[in-house]
Write a protein that binds this ligand. Structure first.
Ligand code: PEP
Ligand code: MN
Length: 356
């Protein structure tokens, strides 16, 4: 075996949603180190939607984290939501910090935290904001880059778009992928725990992230998920993580996914997760098509050409139905679809046109 045959281990950040006790951190750190994980995450200050829940152990947890990091040779880090958190994280020698979904939403707070972290060596990871606003996410990353921070990564943790859904936060994979075009050099990690909200669904999200070329994972792992003080439903054990990393690294036909299918996720659920991703792609393409159609309309206006051009329209229907045959889709369906699309496209050009 040459060195190039050795699969690169995925970048994995793992650990409990919250640091709960020194003993809990020791147990999880020992187990994670044993399976080759190099980065231990644990929330010290927990941003809770409703007041009155477990809000984290606070400053003592930083010392626990630093101690277990030194003992097991792990890089350790926590979430920072204020400048005070960022200062304390530096004081206690955190190797990395992350900016949570709620904080990414506020450019003021991100800027203030960036000022505190300016010029430091530590890694800063930025979760996407709660709403599907990719510019806001990229903006937060840029604020850190502008302060001279060089170890930066992004975490996709899904978006809240309202309504009942199988997943806690919708991944909107295609939409999230726009971050890659805005910041191509920033590693992109997937947080399957906050996307799924359910430990049974974590494997399928890891599988999907892997197929989409994510650079790594940011995953919640707890020695006893059922007793966790926060996010109990979505945390997995270190053993489970080991199985998932084994089954997703060399072999794309993950056993773990099959196991989930026979477990709680029905075949119908699995197919719906896939079809939701396909529909998102269709709608994104329609949006792109409408934009180009608008540009075509403006070009026609400038050159005083009519929007409606029957020979082009005939060509469009003919060529699209041929493509339908090529792809094994009903030509009648594609023709009907293009009548609808094209009618809207013409209407879009007419509405946009200056009076002439
Ligand atoms: C977390 O990672 O524990 C967390 C609070 O995540 P998010 O900011 O994605 O909700
Ligand atoms: Mn959590």
């Amino acid at each position: 075996m040459t060195t190039t045959d050795i699969p690169t281990p995925p970048l994995v950040y793992a650990g409990p949603c919250s640091a709960e006790s020194e003993d809990q951190l020791h147990r999880v750190a020992a187990d994670l180190a044993a399976i080759g994980v190099r980065h231990l995450r644990a929330g010290i200050w927990k941003p809770r939607s409703k007041p009155g829940g477990f809000e984290g152990v606070g400053e003592p947890g930083l010392r626990w984290l630093r101690d277990v990091g030194d003992r097991y040779g792990l890089q350790v880090g926590t979430e920072v939501g204020t400048t005070e958190h960022a200062r304390l994280a530096l004081d206690y020698g955190m190797d990395f910090v992350w900016i949570g979904a709620r904080t990414t939403t506020s450019p003021f707070t991100v800027s203030e935290i960036a000022d505190v972290l300016a010029g430091q060596e530590l890694t800063v990871l930025v979760k996407n904001p709660i709403a599907p606003d990719i510019d806001l996410w990229a903006g937060a990353l840029r604020r850190l880059i502008d302060k001279g921070l060089t170890h930066i990564a992004a975490i996709h943790r899904g978006f809240s778009v309202g309504g009942e859904a199988l997943l806690r936060n919708l991944p909107l994979w295609t939409h999230a992928h726009k971050l890659r075009s805005l910041l191509p050099d920033i590693p992109l990690l997937c947080d399957p725990s906050h996307i799924s909200g359910d430990s049974d669904l974590v494997p399928i999200i890891i599988h999907e992230a892997r197929l989409r070329g994510y650079d790594g994972l940011f995953v919640e792992v707890h020695p006893h998920p059922a007793t966790a003080l926060s996010d109990a439903a979505q945390q997995i054990t270190p053993d489970r993580l080991r199985e998932l990393l084994d089954s997703t690294a060399p072999n794309p036909d993950s056993n773990a996914v099959d196991e989930v299918l026979s477990n709680r996720l029905t075949e119908l659920d699995r197919l719906r997760i896939i079809i939701d991703g396909i529909d998102e792609e269709i709608i994104r393409l329609l949006s792109e098509r409408m934009q180009v159609s608008g540009e075509i309309g403006r070009w026609k206006d400038e050159h005083r050409l009519p929007h409606h051009q029957p020979e082009r329209e005939q060509h469009l229907y003919r060529s699209r139905t041929e493509l339908a045959r090529l792809y094994g889709v009903s030509p009648q369906l594609v023709e009907a679809l293009y009548h609808t699309i094209h009618d809207y496209s013409k209407k879009h050009q007419d509405d946009d046109a200056p009076h002439r």
